[in-house]
Write a protein that binds this ligand. Structure first.
Ligand code: G6P
Length: 606
């Protein structure tokens, strides 16, 4: 997704902005650009491709100035190219944008009639033109910006410069934008990791906020021009936490960080002696009135929801419906005011998930978000939020966010179970004991990394993979297959093992690895029958299980015995070797693991 950074202070802006852009690379992008203001002129540089290309072109001492903006673009309207890269300029106004302007065609038509000419295929370019249009009518720059914002339909995070005045303006609606408060200097950024090495003090802008940076001060107004106040938050994420820490890729680092991420997510919340979960941050209405639970998300977070359905239904006996946010928002779901809608999102900025949450709120449901990013839209706009304390997740393919999401869902089940009276303190205590063991068991799995790498070497040339699992292991294999296709570009499909005979069995031959996740539980024997069917068609099985079973193990191609745990927590463990398998295959194939082609970390457009 597009990334925005801005600087207003007493240091040279160019190097600061390029460095901040590099730190936003994880979001995924296809071109980059920069604008530096100096004594009434703005210099603009734009390049298709990586930030390093832009750096080569602009970091030669010619882009001098202490005020500026920069941008990484992830194409939505118009192909990736230099002319479509931001910043866009009209008259004396320069703009960078993240989001989508839905009424840009109408606006462009009207502006063209007035004589404005457009140089790009983007929706963004209407913004500086519209500001110029209002300035031409005699408005001040700031009034013209406000009038423009009121005309825009859709979503935006904007950085705006005016060549004639030393002012930087930042504004947002439905796309993320934060202000970093330094020592006599200010930053703007789409996300905290961009500037966390410069400051840990942030203002999280809200929709319709406009921040104006002038004379090394900031003031906030809304689009009506009224003064507003926002708190400065001090965050704990250190710079080192956002770096690779010696690992080849962020993804590998994040896989290995999972035991710690889970421990931190549990910290302060599990009260073992009392047999209680303390979520002081949530303020649910009478839980006994909950009619139905909805769990809605996208991508990996959606897989966490599917696992949540198993965890909640088995223990709470409340019906749970899961939905993909982009489906939920457009299908008139029957949501009532006694429903609890849980949205799960690592970034807290996924456009479809935000829209689904709004939709449910409108229908009267209580909204609870499970989120990893402090100050994000979903975290702010939900009725309550529970944070996963995974730390910044930089690799595009989600790993530690997923396992911490499941840990929160598990704790939430205990929290609700106690309040509903379906679990007593002893039940909660027993479950707490199990989740407390997870970080250590996960560590044992991580120690199996070299043998998983060996397996990766064995299968890396295969063109297609099938992943099978039953019950709670079905979402786990969906996640495993997603990881493999995301980062290795190998076709991988996941099915509920019971569905194998309804189609995928036709694909099985000696070229086709079939990954089974099958701990020894109530469906183990059924899954063994599916394994037999694969073996008799000479398919290659890679099995992840939790107990020795020589009868099966002698006949599969590879098997791994993982530590065991209770049913509800098995996905937290069994997904780890699937993450590692995908990682090592991708790494051996030499793909861009942290920024896979066409993917974005945070999908802020629908
Ligand atoms: C993108 C990311 C995925 C993520 C999904 C949902 O597709 O690449 O890793 O699972 O968005 O994102 P969220 O931030 O809402 O969890």
């Amino acid at each position: 997704m597009c990334g925005i950074v801005g600087y207003s202070g007493n240091s040279e802006a160019c190097d600061i902005l390029i460095e901040a852009l590099k730190r936003l690379e994880y979001r995924g992008y296809d071109s980059a650009g920069i604008a530096i203001w100096d004594k009434g002129t703005i210099k603009i540089g734009r390049k298709k491709g990586k930030v390093d290309e832009l750096k080569k072109a602009v970091c030669d001492g010619t882009f001098r100035g202490k005020l500026g903006l920069a941008h990484t673009r992830w194409a939505t309207h118009g192909t990736p190219s230099e002319k479509n890269a931001h910043p866009h300029k009209a008259g004396h106004v320069v703009v960078v944008h993240n989001g989508i302007i839905e009424n840009y065609i109408e606006l462009k038509k009207d502006l063209k009639k007035e004589g404005h000419t457009f140089l790009s295929d983007t929706d963004t370019e209407v913004i500086p033109h519209l500001i110029v249009h209002y300035m031409d009518k005699g408005n001040t720059f700031l009034d013209a910006v406000r009038a423009t914002l009121k005309e825009l339909k859709g979503s935006y995070a904007l950085g705006i410069l005016n060549e004639k005045e030393r002012i930087l303006v930042a504004a947002k609606k439905e796309s993320p934008l934060i202000v970093g408060v330094g020592n006599g200097e200010y930053f703007i950024a789409s996300d905290a990791p961009a500037i966390i090495n410069r400051t840990n003090r942030f203002i999280f802008l809200e929709d319709n906020d406009v921040a104006i940076f002038k004379n090394n001060t900031v003031r906030l107004i809304n689009t009506d021009g009224e003064k507003i106040e926002r708190k400065i938050h001090q965050v704990q994420w250190s710079d080192a936490m956002a770096e690779k820490g010696g690992y080849k890729h962020f993804m590998l680092k994040e896989i290995f960080e999972q035991p710690r991420a889970i421990s931190e997510t549990l910290l302060g919340r599990i009260k073992e002696e009392k047999g209680e979960i303390d979520f002081e941050e949530i303020n649910l209405p009478d839980v006994k009135k909950i009619n139905k639970i909805w769990m809605v998300a996208c991508g990996t977070s959606y897989h966490a929801c599917m696992i949540g359905k198993h965890i909640f239904e088995a223990n709470l006996r409340i019906p749970v419906e899961t939905d993909i946010a982009s489906e939920f928002r457009y299908r008139e779901p029957i949501v009532s005011k006694n429903d609890l809608l849980i949205v799960v999102s690592q970034s807290g900025e996924t456009a479809d998930t935000i829209a689904a949450m709004k939709e449910a709120k409108k229908k009267g449901a209580y909204t609870l978000s499970i989120c990893n990013v402090l100050g994000s839209t979903i975290a702010r706009d939900a009725d309550s939020v529970i944070f996963t304390h995974a730390g910044p997740e930089i690799g595009v393919a989600s790993t530690k966010a997923f396992t911490t999401q499941i840990s929160v869902i598990f704790m939430l089940m205990l929290y609700l179970g106690k309040r509903l009276g379906v679990l007593d303190s002893q039940d909660v205590r027993n479950h707490i004991l199990e989740i407390k063991k997870i970080p250590h068991k996960m560590q044992n799995i991580l120690e199996m990394a070299p043998s998983i790498e060996e397996a990766a070497r064995k299968y890396m040339q295969c063109k297609d993979f099938l992943y099978l699992g039953r019950g709670i292991h079905f979402p786990t294999v969906l996640e495993g297959a997603l990881k493999l296709k995301e980062i290795s570009y190998i076709h991988a499909e996941a099915y509920a093992a019971g569905e194998m005979k309804h189609g995928p069995i036709a694909l099985i031959d000696e070229q086709m690895p079939v990954v089974f996740v099958s701990p020894v539980d109530q469906t183990y024997k059924k899954t063994c029958s599916n394994m037999e069917e694969v073996i008799s068609r000479r398919g290659k099985i890679i099995l992840f299980t939790d107990k020795e079973d020589q009868e099966i193990h002698q006949r599969v191609d590879s098997y791994f015995v993982l530590p065991d745990t209770i049913y509800e927590l098995q996905p937290v463990l069994s997904v780890v070797p699937l993450q590692l398998l995908a990682y090592y295959i991708a790494n051996l194939l030499g793909t861009d693991v942290d920024q896979p082609r066409n993917l974005a970390k945070s999908v802020t457009v629908e």
